[in-house]
Design a binder for this molecule. Structure first.
Ligand code: 5GP
Length: 191
């Protein structure tokens, strides 16, 4: 039987909706799912490690990657650039491994155009009030950045119908179970 290619999962949702927590739990449970490490021009938050959370690049380095055709997609989000290094993703898919891109909406739409088989999943916060509370509680951004992120969140939610699936993050364990169910079903899809 021919070796089946891995599934490319695009996972989006407004900043603070719990994407990171859901993905961490999924990856701990499923050892054939890999999270792509993005490149960004934003500064590292406390505790973030270069090469693990992100590749932290200067604007010049980021532009160089784009001109070398090294990005599967990239987007500007709240004044910074974010992008997916192409080669590691394509290599894993070829090996039959499933890859998750945790990226914002503009990037997700570019992936949808380029990779027709990609499965797009949108994670919704339980409510806007809850989203605001989470962004304030995590204390990683100042109030101006939080306001910007909340406005961006509303714009992002307006795009959720362009995704294949929407999961509401009422509890982390339910959201992880939903995502696992999606991956399991997609593995068996006739493509
Ligand atoms: P944060 O600054 O909170 O780490 O990320 C901000 C936003 O950028 C999040 O919505 C995150 O999903 C998105 N993001 C992270 N990496 C990438 C990427 O490689 N490409 C795109 N388009 N968005 C990304």
């Amino acid at each position: 039987m021919m070796n089946k290619k891995g599934i490319l999962i695009v996972f989006s949702g407004p900043s603070g909706c719990g994407k990171g927590t859901v993905l961490k739990e999924l990856i701990d449970k499923d050892d054939n799912v890999f999270l792509s490490v993005s490149a960004t021009t934003r500064s590292p938050r406390e505790g973030e490690i270069n090469g693990k959370n992100y590749y932290f690049l200067t604007k010049e380095e980021f532009e160089q990657q784009i001109s070398n055709d090294g990005m599967l997609e990239y987007a500007k989000y709240c004044e910074n650039f974010y992008g997916t290094p192409k080669a590691p993703v394509l290599e894993r898919l070829e090996k039959g491994q499933n890859v998750i891109l945790e990226i914002e909406v503009q990037g997700a739409m570019k992936v949808k155009e380029k990779q027709k088989d990609a499965v797009l999943v949108f994670l919704m916060p339980p409510s806007m009030e809850e989203l605001e509370r989470r962004l304030v509680d995590r204390q990683t951004e100042d109030i101006e950045t939080i306001t910007k992120r909340l406005n961006t969140a509303k714009e992002e939610i307006a795009h959720k119908d362009e995704y294949d699936y929407t999961i509401v993050n009422n509890t982390v364990s339910d959201a992880v179970a939903d995502l696992e169910a999606i991956i399991r079903a997609e593995r068996n899809r006739n493509r």
